[in-house]
Design a protein around this ligand. Structure first.
Ligand code: NAD
Ligand code: WQD
Length: 346
């Protein structure tokens, strides 16, 4: 199927987990893609995997967004970029508590450098934000108007500050349009099992630790607490398939291209609108994949919020986007990817 040339999109962090899946969806929708990544948390082999999936090769530049001079020089030569999807950042809550300056440098200074490199140009900008900005919600589901609480980690603070920088910069000028997507919990992998999450070291997040336990890389999974005020005592999250999440970015770029925004800065919750507990995820994983998981109940994890899921009606109404894939699809694809990467390490 021939697709119209839709324009050129810069994807920072495009060899990363969510970025790589978004590049696939952009290319499938006729966009030209330039990936900028310093490969600090991803592997160059992802480029070939993406090309195998889409049959198209994205331009790639290995560049650190903290290198302002190199970034300005690169962007000055890329006159036909009309949109930016900015994934590049550090994302570990725990690490951010130990290394706050690393997070302010890599998540805030890089954003400022990127905006500075595009100064004065008409750019449609999509920002990776996070439901972490809501903290522990008082009312569920959270909407985009729910209060943004004092961040519970430097990482969460960098997302709140990033949203503020973008809102103020878009409002101050007449060339920048911004959509901030507040992701809930992305999990799963592309149906081809050629791309997926590549955690560095011991995974901090539930699903990659779960799949590594199932394949035998980890002895057991610890459930961080089962005495919370929830139906089965374990924490509840809004898990969303990474492919659905990727498609939301294409929808956001499309909204800005069609100039149908209500303001120069908008935020959207990107989740399924449904909550699943840790124990429900474990049960579903075992059922879908026919695998018995070795897990134990342990102490609760400091800083964990008890329950959160999103109201996603605004995205449905304005982005013409809704999550289509269910928890079973997420966990089946996560397991297929774990088996693939275990047999074909990058
Ligand atoms: P990831 O680590 O897989 O991808 C980030 C990519 O950015 C990596 O390829 C890394 O090499 C690159 N990068 C980091 N610092 C860079 C720099 N200074 N210059 C150039 N490249 C750099 O992470 P992800 O899970 O794909 O997350 C992408 C974005 O989404 C991040 O901003 C993250 O904060 C946000 N987010 C992630 C989640 C999640 O659970 N994965 C949830 C909410 C929001
Ligand atoms: C999910 C649930 C854990 C591991 C984090 C960041 C957030 C965002 C997504 C970047 C929780 C439980 C986990 C384990 C467990 N990242 N769990 N055993 O904490 O909701 O969000 O990742 O933006 O900012 O905070 O995701 O996958 O770490 O945990 O029981 O070995 O699984 O307690 O209830 P979380 P998670």
């Amino acid at each position: 199927m021939s697709v119209l040339k839709q324009g050129k999109i810069l994807v920072t962090g495009g060899t990363g987990y969510i970025g790589s899946h978004t590049v696939v969806e952009l290319q499938n929708n006729g966009y030209e893609v330039v990936i900028l990544d310093n490969l600090s948390n991803s592997n160059i082999k992802v480029l070939g995997q993406i090309a195998t999936i889409t049959g198209k090769t994205a331009e790639f530049i290995q560049l650190d967004l903290r290198d302002k001079a190199a970034l300005v020089e690169f962007i000055s030569g890329e006159k036909d970029i009309t949109g930016v999807i900015h994934f590049a950042a550090s994302k570990s809550v725990g690490e951010s508590v130990k290394e706050p300056l690393l997070y302010y440098d890599n998540n805030i200074c890089t954003l400022v450098n990127l905006l500075g490199a595009f100064a004065g140009r008409s750019i449609n900008f999509v920002f990776s934000s996070s439901c972490t900005v809501y903290g522990e919600p008082d009312v569920l589901p959270v909407t985009e108007l729910s209060p943004v609480k004092t961040a519970e980690s430097p990482y969460g603070n960098t997302k709140q500050i990033g949203e503020e920088i973008l809102r103020e910069t878009a409002s101050a000028g007449d060339s920048l349009k911004v959509i901030a997507l507040r992701y809930f919990n992305p999990v799963g992998a592309h149906a081809s099992a050629l791309i997926g999450e590549l955690p560095n070291g011991v995974p901090q997040n539930l699903v990659p630790f779960l799949t590594q336990t199932a394949i035998g890389k980890r002895e057991f999974l610890t459930v961080y607490g089962d005495d919370y005020n929830t139906p089965d005592g374990s924490c509840i999250r809004d898990y969303i398939h990474v492919v659905d999440l990727a498609k939301a970015h294409v929808a956001a770029i499309g909204r800005m291209k069609e100039n149908t925004m209500d303001a120069v800065y908008e935020t959207f919750n990107i989740g399924t609108g449904n909550g699943s507990s840790v124990l429900e995820v474990i049960q579903a994983f075992q059922r879908v994949n026919g695998v018995t998981l070795n897990f134990r109940i342990g102490a609760s994890r400091e800083g964990d919020i008890v329950k959160i899921w999103g109201d996603v009606d605004k995205a449905a109404a304005n982005l013409n986007w809704k999550a289509e894939l269910a928890l079973d699809d997420m966990l089946g694809s996560a397991w297929a990817w774990e088996k693939y990467i275990n047999s074909n390490p990058f």
